[in-house]
Ligand binder design. Structure first.
Ligand code: GLV
Ligand code: MN
Ligand code: MN
Length: 400
């Protein structure tokens, strides 16, 4: 049985690490994320798990057994000024689910490992799903040299934590794994609207992340006539609106420019350079969406006479999850009294990496309200406990 009070107490304890009120700013590969790993690792070590951190700063806590491993977890980092549940609830539920099996003295055959992936959000270095991408050998070459706003590279951040600085060394053979399970808050309104506590993920959208630099010409804001300008921000603004329009016209697609910086950045200077992010997602024809946006970007640049460079940060294809694991999750959610609907996830998840590497992978969504990536994000302890119990049931079925 899930210990609801323990789950609630630990959730509160975890959210105090880099938290203020309901807001959490626990960035990936930071000392705060490390403190969270120590807290979680401590809980599991106390229950007899072998706890280790790998070269990409992922935390693994292993209970031994025979054959391939059942891996279960989520991430401990957050976006800046994010909420208490995104990622954290998945790790807390995995811990609680596994502990409930230990409490029940259940003998499972397979090894069970709880994982807390590092830097899922990519908020600091721009590389999302970082830890799981490293473990499944999918990191882009040279990723260790990516830098945060203070000029600190990923390799330096890892060395600061006591690792060697080579995240690719975290690679594991996916054949070691029998299954990967992840519980996560839904982050959208569908379960709440349907009045259901739990859902099962069928697919995760394809995600493209890039950093675009537009170079125009900085000049005097008073002395430069309108026809003689190469305004990098004006060009970028046209791109922002094009992203909105293109994604809005394509089925199941979303597009966001969430970061923008202008140089030199003064009210009386025509912007010479503009750097902004692109986040493009689609459940269907993701490649078509990316292609259309990039082609439009190039044509806006050419008409305006500005230069563009596009730095690809990540491209994760749309990912179907495993049908057999889905059936396990259907049984597990039914056994806690929920007729869980199938949902497509518009958010990216670490589960994409094992799924794309051939590991049978499944996800449970827990009803959440207040949106996500904001301090308003909320999941009730009743729903969380129900989700953790379903997760425990699924682990039990897969591991025994
Ligand atoms: C992860 O939170 C994402 O950006 O989908
Ligand atoms: Mn998440
Ligand atoms: Mn997130």
């Amino acid at each position: 049985m899930i210990d609801r009070d323990r789950l609630e107490r630990r959730g509160a304890e975890l959210s105090r690490i880099a938290g203020r009120g309901t807001s959490v700013s626990r960035l990936g590969l930071s000392a705060d994320e490390q403190q969270a790993r120590e807290l979680v690792g401590g809980w599991l070590a106390a229950r007899g798990a072998t706890v280790r951190r790998d070269a990409a700063a992922n935390l693994f806590a292993r209970f031994p057994g025979q054959g391939e491993t059942i891996l279960v977890g989520s991430h401990l980092d957050s976006v800046p000024e994010g909420g208490r549940f995104d990622g954290a609830l998945g790790v807390l539920s995995a811990v609680e689910a596994v502990e409930s099996l230990v409490d029940a003295k259940l003998r499972t055959r397979r090894p069970i490992e709880v994982v807390a992936w590092s830097d899922e959000e990519g908020a600091r270095f721009g590389v999302g799903l970082f830890g799981s991408t490293a473990v499944f050998g999918r990191l882009a070459p040279g990723v260790g040299e990516r830098r945060d706003r203070d000029g600190i590279s990923i390799a330096e951040a890892l060395r600061e934590l006591g690792e060697q600085g080579d995240p690719a060394a975290a690679r594991r053979d996916p054949k070691e794994l029998a299954a990967y399970l992840e519980l996560h808050i839904e982050q959208g309104p569908r379960l709440d609207t349907a009045g259901l506590a739990l859902g099962i993920v069928s697919d995760i959208v394809g995600i493209y992340h890039a950093r675009v630099t537009i170079r125009g010409r900085a000049d005097h804001a008073g002395a430069t006539v309108m026809t003689a300008r190469a305004d990098a921000l004006a060009a970028a603004s046209e791109v922002v609106l094009a992203v909105e329009q293109i994604a809005g016209e394509r089925p199941d697609s979303v597009g966001t420019v969430g970061e923008i910086a202008v140089r030199p950045g003064a009210k009386n200077v025509v912007p010479g350079e503009c750097v902004f992010s692109l986040d493009l997602r689609a459940a269907r024809d993701h490649d078509g969406l990316v292609h259309e946006v990039l082609a439009t970007l190039m044509s806006i640049a050419s008409v305006r006479g500005v230069e563009v460079t596009v730095d690809d940060l990540a491209r994760v294809p749309a990912t179907p999850l495993d049908p057999a694991i889905r059936q396990v999750l259907e049984r597990a959610t039914k056994s806690v009294g929920v007729d869980a609907p199938l949902l497509v996830s518009g958010a990216g998840h670490d589960a994409q990496n094992p799924a794309l590497s051939g590991v049978p992978t499944g996800m449970i969504f827990v009803r959440s309200t207040g949106g996500s990536h904001t301090p308003r994000e909320f999941a009730s302890i009743d729903d969380a406990a129900l989700g953790a119990q379903a997760l425990a049931n699924a682990i039990k079925e897969l591991a025994t």
